[in-house]
Design a binder for this molecule. Sequence first.
Ligand SMILES: *Cc1c(COP(=O)(O)O)cnc(C)c1O
Length: 470
Amino acid sequence: MDKSEFGTWSHAAADWSTEYLNNVGEQPVRSQVAPGDIQKQIAASPPEQGEGMQAIFDDFKHIIPNGMTHWQHPRFFAYFPSNAAPAAIVAEQLAGAMSVNGMLWQTSPAATELEISMMDWLRQAVGLPTDFKGVMQDTASTATLCAVLTMRELALDRKGNQEGLFGKPPVRVYASSRTHTSIDKALWVAGLGQDNLVKIDTREDFSLDIDQLKQAIIDDRKAGMLPAGIVICVGGTSMGACDHVHEVCKLAQQEGLYTHVDAAWAGSAMICPEFRYMWEGIELADSIVLNPHKWLGASLECSAHFVRDPAKLINTMAIRPEYLKTYDQQDLTNFSEWSVTLGRRFRALKVWFLLRAYGLEGLRERIRNHVTWSCQLAEQLRANEHFEIVTEPVLSLFTFRLIRKGASDKELDALNLELVARINNDGRIYLTQSVHDGIGVIRFMTGQFDMEEADIKIAYEVISEIGETV
Ligand SMILES: *Cc1c(COP(=O)(O)O)cnc(C)c1O
């Protein structure tokens, strides 16, 4: 493609995108294709000669959308959302045109300085004190990995990166049994190993049992191991479990352990002051992650990682070969030193567009509506004798299941899996299953940027109607 054609195709892409977003609600939410359906339409080898854009664009239109699960669909109630607000999409196009690598301040001062400002806007938006500084990571998994590496280096007097872990006492990290698997993976990648992630049972309210945690730390020290840090859960993925942040951070301070709060989903809701009770004590945490790409509309990838003492993170992650040195700029921020990857995209632009285009009030209104509507649906299902609520709404997430008189849990598990499959094949809504304390449940979450109250009514219709047929 010639540069002279760029405008034409960029406009064509904008037109297509406008239509897509206007009509996505009429598509089945979850893609209905079978495995291999898409791949068999793609040429087996790359072309030797360039092709015309018309042919490429036509193939895109005919092949790709059919194989998409529509995350921007207003009735996407599965997993957690991955919202791309239109203002963020426009910013992504601009960032794509410049396509800078914001690894150092000097490789794009605007990218770095806007990121510093946007992380400070987000900090204020969720009510964190001024001593938190932030960096945009690609995903929460990366932020958590960086936090676990920081814990490791602090516990090993910063010798892990240099000497490796061979011959050192096991470095221990603690988390509740309801935390996300990205914590497990962080320990794998950090070389600490699954066995050194100590999973603590939860209490009746699904929060980490502080007494068991205390005992585990004592036992580990006695056994010659190195307690390093605690990962705190605020809004777990399966049913929204929350630890008591204040209590855990206090213990961590007494024990000299580093704390990382995984609020990947629920953290966005902290722009609403009335939900901040969920992470009371957050100002005591060392590291916090939340994903504006989930509930705020910042589009994948955009993960906000706040740290109270950036030096601890930078001392873990910074590596300075000669070709990356920036002489006379020693006090400038080089964000590649805050993360795993060297190259990094210009993510701050979409956050700037997003926050200005909607304002915090516009975003709060969406989140409040999602929470209200989800609770409404939970009440409707509770009132329906064919269903029971298994876990109560945490923000906009709850779990339920279909019940039948006299059926065993095992029979109910099978029935509920069938219900989920039928609902998703029907296509009007999309939701997923989970397991809660050994029983199969259906997970319901609202959070799509454009959903309206009418969509929740359709959700009830679909669930109750299909529920009668299984
Ligand atoms: C989504 C989620 C993650 C993983 O987020 P990524 O950005 O996809 O890595 C981790 N923890 C919780 C609680 C989540 O909801």
